[in-house]
Design a protein around this ligand. Structure first.
Ligand SMILES: [Zn+2]
Length: 217
């Protein structure tokens, strides 16, 4: 039963890989934001506590986040875990060790999907979709066959996500670097840090991750 941390900036394909690991290996993704929303909606003891804090306009403390993760680990005692969005500080990293240790578990790998930021910006910024059928396109990598006409449904209306612009993408990457910088050295010193080329095709990224999880590399 493996416990891993998956790291990578927005757009690196972390969500895709996490979903695959859940489907193929029965692992459970513990994403801090989702867990918080889920616990509040379900009205668990920790969720009620978090709700009260948020209603006062305060930030949810490390202690609450830790309790939340403990709650989820207990509910998924027989499943491997993929941590996403936690830990983000050295103190949280140490708290995670304790949470796992209390349950006879330990962290096996910290896998970072490494990206070329300029290349990632190009991929994200050129994205657009057909407004009618939702087919995805890209200015450079997958243009429509006839300019301005959807290959699939013939619609001439397309949409772009407002946050798929260069400035927003660069800001998100800088935030990511700032958040992971404090924890990577902590794990690298313990020999847990692994890097995978996040720029390759989805299948290749998957193969690289699987090799790490299976202890083949
Ligand atoms: Zn279409």
């Amino acid at each position: 039963m493996l416990n891993i941390i998956l790291l990578g900036p927005p757009g690196a394909g972390k969500g895709t890989q996490a979903a695959r690991l859940q489907a193929e290996r029965g692992m459970v993704q513990l994403s801090t934001g989702d867990m918080l929303r889920g616990a509040v909606a379900a009205g668990t003891p920790v969720g009620l506590q978090a709700k009260a804090v948020m209603e006062r306009g305060e930030l949810v403390s490390d202690a609450i986040v830790s309790a939340l993760i403990g709650e989820r680990l207990d509910a998924a005692a027989e499943q491997g875990a993929i941590f996403d969005g936690f830990p983000r500080t050295r103190a949280q990293a140490e708290a995670l060790d304790v949470l796992l240790g209390e349950r006879g578990r330990r962290l096996d790998h910290v896998i970072e999907l490494a990206v070329d930021e300029d290349e990632l910006v190009k991929r994200i910024v050129g994205r657009f979709t057909c407004a009618k059928c939702g087919t995805g396109y890209h200015d450079t990598f997958r243009p429509t066959q006839v300019a301005g006409v959807c290959d699939v449904c013939g619609s001439t209306e397309f949409k772009r996500r407002p946050d798929d612009n260069e400035q927003t993408v660069r800001t998100r990457m800088a935030e990511y670097r700032a958040k992971t910088a404090p924890i990577l050295p902590f794990y690298e010193a313990r020999g847990l840090g692994r890097r995978v080329n996040g720029m390759g095709p989805i299948d290749e990224v998957a193969t690289e991750i699987d090799a790490i999880l299976d202890g083949a590399v």
